[in-house]
Design a protein around this ligand. Structure first.
Ligand code: G16
Length: 543
């Protein structure tokens, strides 16, 4: 196959010229920004995904077009590696360089990637592309596809799918369908079959009731949940709100990020009985948090930390019941509530580690265990099982004398191990609550969260902030950490940190303390410190 790259670059200059000279970086969730500036980024990511596929001997590579939890005018792109993981870290900088060169330098930059990585440009390649339901996503999807075609690669378009579905398709194709069938029906089939078997005709059990409110964030998760409902035959009764039909904008006053950060229910919540179980997913359905109102009408959140502890506790019990000696570990980030970490260490007695924000960091750490449970507090996470764990459970199930091993095997099937999957995680939580006979009151009573608050601070350049120790210590600008320590020392059980967001143009502040009032006051103090010492712009910080 001969590839006339000249034509490709002329085409790119003509069709997808670079409209902004602002430097952008492959961050926590790939490239993100205002959709009108992303066409050239998308074309180039189509080119890069094709090269990556050739570099990985023709394995399928995924390209997901989404800005996930960001507001509607934003869009973005993340690349998916052959095993369903996020793009390998060393290629993130290759991606960053590629999107930042000028149109004139593009040809040379692509030639450099080919040479540096010894890529056979004539070998076969396949790129799987999916998108969320933002109105600009189809235009951007075409740009990705054109990038693939420019290098004479093969492209398979999946249309509107959740991010975790695309990860699932990539892994399914690359494992020759051992993981599942790389098509939408295959995905539903895998999860629903496992879920229904685990219900075992016992739809209600103890305090567990078989109904749930599902906030779809006006995103693709809502559409896919409606597809699940059609196929689940009432094994779970779900009411979907914020379906993305009509006026509702993606993530606007709804969805997992809003519910977690604002600590309030999403818009369009119907009147429901106290303690009704509700969950919210984000714009591309890779995160989920639960919530409910108690009998005083107070909002109560069950976030990613709660899901992690519920799942880890359940899997530990299951391994014990099956008498399987498997190493289980839990991975969190600095955002994890201090009370959850205490509970994991003192009650569950499970090893726990803290890594920087971004599922890619959590995923890699979790792979060190036989059973690695990882969740960010924002609800982004999953469980990964080693080959040893899978074969041990499979053997135990085959032996037939341990009925719990059969349950364990189905639980593994229910989990989308490739990346956080809001719907798979939700079905897992529902299964565990059902098996335990728990309602939200039982679940939340396992420990008491420390009050916590997050703020977003606008600064001139968020990269003036640099952190270390899994983002818990700020090393730049000089003096900021000293001031943070001073502020924190005035609050009982106080803890706070700051870090630049990898998906939005803000600095994030996290604070927790013994009381709500103290937490609000600590967050406020830290926010002002960031404004003062890190070049704050915009309005003064007021609450
Ligand atoms: C992405 C990442 C998450 C991260 C979140 C916020 O999520 O995949 O791991 O927690 O961004 O990151 P940051 O605080 O750096 O902005 P999503 O759901 O937006 O793709």
């Amino acid at each position: 196959m001969s590839i006339n790259l000249r034509t490709a670059y002329a085409f790119s200059r003509e069709m997808y010229p670079k409209l902004s000279t602002e430097h952008i970086q492959y961050g926590t969730g790939g490239f993100r920004g205002k959709a009108e500036f992303l066409d050239s980024v998308m074309f180039r990511m189509g080119v890069l995904a094709t090269l990556r596929s050739r570099f990985r001997s023709g394995a399928a590579i995924g390209v997901m077009i989404t800005a996930s939890h960001n507001p509607e005018p934003d869009n973005g792109v993340k690349l998916v590696d052959p095993k369903g993981e996020m793009l390998e870290a060393s290629w993130e900088s290759i991606a960053t360089d590629l999107v930042n060169v000028s149109d004139q330098e593009l040809e040379q930059q692509v030639a450099k990637i080919i040479k540096d990585n010894n890529i056979d440009i004539t070998s076969s390649s396949i790129v799987y592309v999916g998108m969320d339901n933002r109105y600009h996503s189809p235009r951007l999807l075409k740009a990705v596809a054109d990038g693939v075609i420019a290098l004479k690669g093969n492209v398979r378009e999946y249309g509107i799918v959740t991010t975790p579905m695309l990860h699932y398709f990539v892994v399914s194709a690359n494992t020759k369908e051992a993981y599942g069938k790389p098509m939408e029906e295959g995905y539903y089939d895998k999860l629903i079959t496992a879920f229904k078997t685990l219900r075992n005709d016992q739809l209600e059990n103890g305090n567990y009731k078989n109904n749930l409110i599902f906030d779809g964030a006006n995103g693709v998760g809502a559409r896919k949940m409606l597809q699940f409902i059609k196929r689940m035959q009432n094994s779970l009764q779900v009411t979907v709100i914020n379906q993305g039909i009509g006026q509702g904008k993606i993530n606007e006053d709804c969805g997992a990020d809003y519910v977690k950060v604002q600590q309030r229910p999403p818009k369009s919540m119907p009147e429901v009985e106290p303690y009704t179980r509700c969950c919210s997913v984000d714009g591309d359905a890779d995160r989920v948090v639960y919530f409910f109102s108690n009998d005083k009408g107070e909002f109560q959140l069950l976030d990613g930390d709660r899901i992690a502890t519920l799942v880890a506790g359940y899997l530990m019990d299951l391994a014990k019941k099956c008498q399987l000696d498997l190493r289980l570990g839990l991975v969190q980030t600095a955002y994890a509530n201090g009370a959850s970490t205490d509970y994991i260490v003192n009650e569950l007695k499970v090893p726990v580690s803290c890594v920087p924000t971004g599922v890619k960091h959590l995923h890699h750490k979790a792979l060190e265990y036989d059973i690695g449970v990882y969740f960010e507090a924002n609800g982004h996470g999953t469980v990964v099982f080693s080959d040893h764990a899978k074969s041990t459970v499979a053997e135990a199930a085959k032996a037939g004398d341990k009925p719990d091993a059969k349950i364990f095997l189905k639980i593994i099937d229910l989990i989308n191990e490739t990346v956080g999957d809001a719907i798979s995680d939700m079905l897992l939580v529902e299964t565990i609550l059902n098996h335990k006979g728990w309602d939200v009151k039982d679940w939340i009573s396992t420990y008491t969260d420390l009050p916590n608050q997050q703020l977003k601070i606008k600064v001139q350049d968020r990269n003036v902030i640099a952190t270390t120790d899994a983002e818990r210590v700020c090393v730049k600008p000089e003096g900021l950490q000293f001031e943070i320590n001073k502020a924190v020392s005035n609050y009982k059980r106080g803890r706070a940190f700051v870090r630049p967001s990898g998906t939005e143009d803000v600095v994030r502040v996290y604070a927790e303390a013994n009381t709500k009032e103290d937490t609000v006051s600590l967050a406020h103090e830290i926010g002002i410190l960031v404004q003062r010492l890190a070049g704050g712009v915009g309005p003064e910080l007021v609450h």
